[in-house]
Design a protein around this ligand. Structure first.
Ligand code: ADP
Ligand SMILES: N[C@@H](CCOP(=O)(O)O)C(=O)O
Length: 348
């Protein structure tokens, strides 16, 4: 469970009343999550999630919150943040908004930057089948397209620069074989990032952490009904990056056997085919998919090593297992062609 900062009921009540949502009825710390403090907040006018940001700064947050609002406005199942009526949204032409321009969605609670977002319905499916992967793949592609005209730009803060900074920090905790793999993979990813094929990849705002536990499906529908995706949350690792990296993050979580780290071809096929019904991959993306699957595995191996060996204080905390992404990375390095048969031949 992760509540790094305790919030007084009275302070949360004053906030929801100021935002015009009526009195607060209940405030409950949320289990799960490792980055931020989260509470379910039930107010007279509805159900919300109150998030206090523990690592991200007030300069970085407008990008995430405005992206959520942008996507919700385009009909994507994303929690819409509640605006503070006391803050003027930036004016001017949408294309000119700097990433850190003042944002009416950014609040302050217990001295920390915070947001209050709509609570989504549904439940995460931690053992997804092909039908869940189909829903996910189509939604991911729709999200990429819907974010194309989002007017702020902010790099993926857990991208290559962060990997280069953080690998030396975690190396002292790695054994010889792990250290060799971390160094070799980092060198490989730096090499890929300098290639012309990489420069040709389409990019835009991406979620970059769309794991099983950050997606919800409808509950209570009749037995045998096809799964229906009802929400995606936790946009706080989002950033401007390649769409292919985002797809690779999903494949490495939704289409992997969690006990072995092995590729699951059926689920991968379903996810990729659904993605391509909305947005077919181009030739550069097809060529670099194996490299991006490795990049996505490396990214989460590093962050898990970092969280595991350099933990923060928390009154409720459940760390993720770094060894899982070490296994996934080894699988991706040893079996680079597993996705080849999932890619439909390019139309002539
Ligand atoms: N908008 C939302 N609607 C419903 N539940 C949410 C929402 N946001 C977060 N949650 C719940 O809170 C938990 C932790 O949120 P998460 O964003 O993953 O935390 P962290 O940012 O710390 O990783 C999720 O597993 C989910 O149960
Ligand atoms: N999904 C990442 C870490 C972030 O955790 P989340 O609970 O915020 O999704 C991982 O599994 O390492």
């Amino acid at each position: 469970m992760a509540v790094f900062t305790e919030v007084e009921f009275g302070e949360a009540d004053a906030l929801v009343q100021r935002l015009g949502l009526g009195p607060l009825r209940e405030l409950r710390g949320i289990e799960g999550g490792i980055e931020n403090t989260n509470y379910f907040a039930t107010a007279e006018s509805g159900e919300f999630v109150l998030t206090l940001f523990e690592r991200l700064s007030a300069e970085q947050l407008p990008y995430y919150l405005c992206l959520m609002k942008h996507l919700a406005g385009r009909g994507l199942p994303v929690p819409e943040p509640v605006a503070d009526p006391a803050i003027q949204p930036p004016s001017g032409h949408a294309l000119t908004i700097p990433a850190n321009a003042p944002c009416e969605l950014l609040l302050k609670v217990a001295g920390k930057p915070a947001a209050l977002v709509q609570r989504l319905s549904g439940r995460s499916e931690l053992a997804p089948g092909t039908a869940h992967c189909t829903e996910l793949g189509a939604m991911l592609a729709r999200m990429h397209l819907a974010a194309r005209d989002f007017p702020r730009i902010q790099p993926n803060l857990r991208g290559l620069a962060w990997w280069n900074d953080t690998v030396p920090v975690v190396l002292p905790y790695a054994d010889e074989s792990q250290a060799a793999l971390l160094r070799a993979e980092l060198a490989y990813q730096n090499h890929i990032a300098e290639s012309s094929a990489y420069a040709a990849l389409p990019r835009g705002p991406v979620h970059a952490d769309m794991f099983r536990d950050n997606v919800m499906f409808a509950t209570g529908e009749h037995a045998g009904a096809a799964p229906r995706l009802t929400g995606v949350f936790d946009f706080y690792f989002a950033g401007t990056d390649t769409w292919l990296f985002d797809l690779a993050v999903c494949l490495n979580d939704w289409a992997i056997d969690l006990s072995t780290g092995e590729h699951d071809a059926e689920r991968a096929d379903a996810l990729l085919a659904a993605y391509e019904t909305v947005r077919p991959l181009n030739a550069a993306e097809r060529a670099l998919l194996p490299a991006m699957l490795r990049a996505a595995a490396l990214r989460f191996w590093i962050s898990r090593l970092w969280d595991f060996h350099l933990p923060r204080e928390a009154s409720m905390l459940k760390p993720h297992d770094p060894a899982h992404f070490e296994r996934v990375l080894r699988e991706r390095v040893y079996h680079p062609h597993v996705m080849a048969q999932s890619l439909e031949p390019l139309a002539a």
